[in-house]
Design a protein around this ligand. Sequence first.
Ligand code: NDP
Ligand code: MG
Length: 390
Amino acid sequence: MRRVSIFGATGSIGQNTIDLIARDLDAYDVVALSGGQNINQLAEDAIRLRADVAVTADEARLDELRTALAGSDVEAAAGSNAIAEAAARPADWVMSAIVGAAGLRPGLVALEQGATLALANKESLVTAGALMMGTAAKSAGQILPVDSEHSAVFQGLVGEDMRSVERIIITASGGAFRDWSLEDMAAATPEQASSHPNWNMGQRITIDSASMFNKALEVIETKEFFQCSHQMIEVLVHPESMVHALVGFNDGALMAHVGPPDMRHAIGYALHYPERKNLPVERLDLAKIGALHFRDPDPVRYPALRLAHEVLETGGHAGAVFNAAKEVALDGFIDHRIGFLQMAEVVEEVLSRLSGSHCLKNAEMTLDTVTETDHLARKTAQAVIEELNR
Ligand code: NDP
Ligand code: MG
């Protein structure tokens, strides 16, 4: 039986992971599930999957979780330290699907104990790429990408030599505002940004898709995971979301990964790797689909993409600054404190204010240096938002 843990089990990726595991429960020994505010879902799944422990991120809700688990054998725990402790419990395969920078520590701990880490939490590679990849190299663990574009690139590279790769193209649907004018985007509300034309995802990543901050994070994630130069990475708008990524080789060949927009494909690939197993996803009928479309992203409407390349040019802890500033700016937009286009302004301003800070120049990267940078960038982003509101 494979020992598996799922961090962020109550979220969109977590629920899709549970869907796959629950179909073949006898093959798995579920160690830990973690959630945040959705206590009922966490408890229900932990009981159904016969998990050893269920952990909520919110310490104040431990009693509630205990009550929901009453009568079962599942242990209850709460708080970020308890999540890290659960990640230290031996497991063969661990899903990292907490949203935001909070996902970094449990993923690192799971890697250290030698697990295969299925990485949905892109923020881990954006904020601490060198630390994540270094930890994977030193431990018995490995990282498998779950973000659909990175899973697609990974699959395109099986049996290939990285030295013959010329470019890596990741696609973007364009999100909710792909055909909106700059003026309309400036006035867009969080509600309008929260609906995605193709994918069904958590609210934060859906808004990040509309601003292309999600794609910007993915450009950084691509560079960190595949250890290529950032100049090799291209973004292509593809409204149908069926070609997830393409790998371009030095003989002119482009290998495209085509599949329905269903995260269970990438999750299932990481779950069964290196095998392929039958997955409950739609089989595409290309004749019926007829045409697929591609175009370049508009740099004026999507400044986040330029910022991603600037971050990679700077290197070091710039990714941690970028991610933290983006998270605070996103909170600001959701809370109606800043406009949609101001998110990029805030992030650019924070990057510029911290460009000379000791954090960014720190050569060594540890969980502490990343955390310190994250805090500084959040404080700076709050200040920038307050100034904008004055
Ligand atoms: P959701 O918002 O749907 O779920 C997030 C999960 O994290 C929930 O279990 C939530 O708990 C938990 N959580 C929230 N805050 C904290 C915290 N501070 N500490 C611990 N746990 C917390 O997100 P998604 O599933 O959409 O995304 C998860 C990750 O995967 C993100 O990094 C995202 O970028 C990435 N990803 C997602 C894709 C998708 O299709 N959804 C595609 C590719 C990557 P609760 O809900 O109980 O409060
Ligand atoms: Mg993606």
